[in-house]
Ligand binder design. Structure first.
Ligand code: JFZ
Length: 599
């Protein structure tokens, strides 16, 4: 029998890579960028509390309350009486999505509890039988979506179902199922219900499955998954399927977009469509115990951050027992929608630009070519000094126009261009309290130099293992440890050469510092730097130990900064910084960065 890990925190997604190009089907998806997730069902009646007790377990997802608090089915179904059928109004959810600037909705048509939110002919365990008056929530929602021009998708928990006798109920490690029994669940519930969802609710834009393991590690078979996929393709050929279907790329590359982990924002640029499912607090279903809300700025940063890497954001609401959404969410959604009203061109139909997305510390860039053939690079500014100069490094031709977007009209910005740096004068008063957007307009797609290391907001450059000229194998980097008290570093056991390229736009003087950890008291390990014809040499010194967390017995190797000297650039231009580190396997060095601090 296949073994299934049961502990939630140990679960991670099988990294299913979807298609490597955007197919016709997914064109709308990569243009829309922002969607709404809705978790609502019987669990919403509990609101995160059962018999006076909070939802159990550290990962206290409120929609898991039946499983976590061990609620019997006959008691759990009683929650349908707590749901306030007079007040519940799915159209309100659609209007909220619209107001927030979201273009599509995915709702939990059936979550793990197995309860269908529509009038299902294949299972009595559905909302039509347990609402008063009888309701088909999916019908109402699909009509409201149609009315307001929002695309609709269904979340369907295929692998897990806590209701059906022969389904996977997350406790079956104790009472195993035979594959034959499981297939009964599949053929009696999953397939017929999927047929209903694809027949009776108009056009369905996507089906969102939720299996976070590869099928090899579950009771589900490849055959069953392919049956499901074929059914969708035959009934609604335009409907997208996400990667949590549970097949791997090698077996079947035909999934439409990749789903990252819950609240896992993008780190890398992908060419294929992908999406982060995210919450505003923590739970997906309504949880009355929660009060840590992400700010509007952080929501916008998550959205823009994903778009800057060709990804989408799907942000969740968990309406409560009367179908209403917490004020804190409404407020943030209003603010987000309001922002998108004015600055949405940086998000909708935009994607990654050709430069590294972490190049600048003032914000992130997005890019689009518009209908008229103009090219726009959007500078989404999170952090800048009003009245000061903001520098954009990496584009090697001058924009035709530079505008600061605002609610009234565009503000033409003064700028200067010098070979690879565009300098903008940021006004004293910025138009937006969250994220300001500057658009650089070009007639052609601008040429870039991807190798340059940009200046930080306060001047200076951090040269490290990841922003060298030559490709570096990222996997060799040691990640930060112990809550970041040990910073990311590269361990050098023999020798390593690195090279960086910078552009200096004005004559200037820099201090050169380097940071590392070295635990030996010898002198045959050294570093040398060459810039033009100037050399800097440094013998690695013993950096010793430090306490990682005050008043705790937590002693770590120390990373310390050392001054190497000063370098003067008399002329503007491109410069190469070359660094050599030499040591031997007995004396490894953990090297962190070279800092060029502007004086
Ligand atoms: C799943 C559900 O269990 C949860 O209730 C919610 O619907 C969420 C959107 O999806 O939870 C997951 C799924 C995948 C991971 C973590 C939680 N994962 O891959 O890390």
């Amino acid at each position: 029998m296949k073994k299934i890990p049961i502990i939630f925190s140990l679960i991670f997604i099988s990294n299913i890579h979807s298609q490597s190009i955007v197919n016709e089907r997914a064109k709308w998806f990569v243009s829309d960028r922002f969607g709404m997730f809705i978790h609502w069902g019987l669990y919403s009646g509990a609101e995160g509390i059962w018999k006076g007790e909070k939802v159990r377990y550290d990962n206290d997802y409120a929609e898991w309350i039946q499983y976590r608090n061990q609620i019997e089915k006959n008691e759990y179904i009683g929650l349908s009486k707590r749901l306030d059928w007079k007040k519940i109004d799915p159209e309100q959810w659609v209007l909220l999505a619209k107001k927030a600037g979201m273009k599509y909705i995915t709702i939990t048509a059936k979550h793990h509890d197995g309860f269908a939110l529509w009038n299902s002919k294949s299972s009595n365990y559905n909302v039509y039988n347990y609402s008063n008056p009888k309701r088909d929530i999916m019908k109402e929602l699909s009509e409201a979506c149609k009315k307001h021009g929002i695309k609709l998708g269904f979340y369907y928990s295929h692998w897990t179902d806590w209701e059906h006798q022969y389904s996977w109920d997350n406790s079956k490690e104790i009472f195993w199922l035979s594959s034959k029994e499981y297939d009964r669940y599949w053929q009696e519930k999953v397939i017929p219900q999927m047929k209903e969802l694809l027949s009776n609710y108009g056009e369905i834009s996507l089906i969102w499955f939720d299996m976070w393991l590869h099928h090899d590690e579950t009771i589900v078979t490849k055959k069953q998954l392919i049956q499901l996929k074929k059914l969708i393709r035959s009934m609604q050929p335009n409907c997208l399927i996400n990667s949590r279907l549970g097949l791997s790329m090698e077996e079947d590359a035909d999934v439409d977009f990749r789903t990252l982990g819950d609240n896992e924002l993008g780190k890398y640029k992908y060419d294929y469509p992908w999406q982060t499912p995210a919450t505003v607090a923590h739970s997906w279903g309504y949880n009355s115990n929660e009060n840590k809300w992400k700010s509007t700025t952080s929501i916008l940063k998550s959205l823009i951050g994903n778009v800057s890497l060709n990804g989408n954001l799907m942000l969740n609401i968990g309406p409560n027992s009367n179908g209403s959404v917490p004020y804190e969410i409404i407020k943030r959604f209003d603010e987000t929608g309001n922002w998108l009203n004015f600055y949405g061109k940086s998000v909708y139909n935009s994607g990654a630009f050709d430069l590294r997305n972490d190049l600048h510390d003032w914000g992130l860039t997005t890019y689009k070519k518009d209908k008229n053939g103009k090219h726009y690079v959007f500078l989404n500014i999170f952090d800048t000094n009003p009245g000061k100069i903001l520098k954009f490094t990496g584009i090697t031709e001058s924009p035709q126009n530079v505008n600061l977007l605002s609610k009234k009209s565009k503000i033409n910005l003064e700028f200067s261009f010098n070979k690879a740096v565009i300098s903008l004068k940021i006004p004293e008063k910025l138009p937006d309290p969250y994220v300001n957007v500057v658009e650089l307009e070009f007639d052609n797609k601008p040429e870039v130099d991807v190798k340059l290391v940009a200046e930080k907001k306060y001047g200076g450059r951090s040269l490290n293992y990841l922003n060298t000229i030559t490709y570096q194998d990222k996997s060799l980097m040691n990640k930060s440890e112990r809550y970041g008290s040990v910073p990311p570093n590269i361990e050098i056991k023999d020798s390593l050469n690195m090279k960086w390229k910078i552009f200096v736009d004005k004559p200037s003087v820099y201090n050169l510092d380097t940071s590392y950890n070295f635990q030996k008291k010898i002198t045959d390990a050294f570093l040398s730097i060459k810039i033009n014809d100037k050399y800097f040499k440094h013998n690695f010194c013993y950096t010793g130990k430090t306490v990682g967390e005050p008043n705790q017995n937590w002693i770590i190797d120390r990373f310390n900064s050392f001054r190497l000297g000063q370098i003067k650039f008399e002329f503007p231009g491109y410069y190469i910084i070359e660094m050599k580190i030499k040591t031997n396997p007995q004396n490894p060095i953990k090297w962190q960065w070279l800092w060029m601090g502007k004086i």
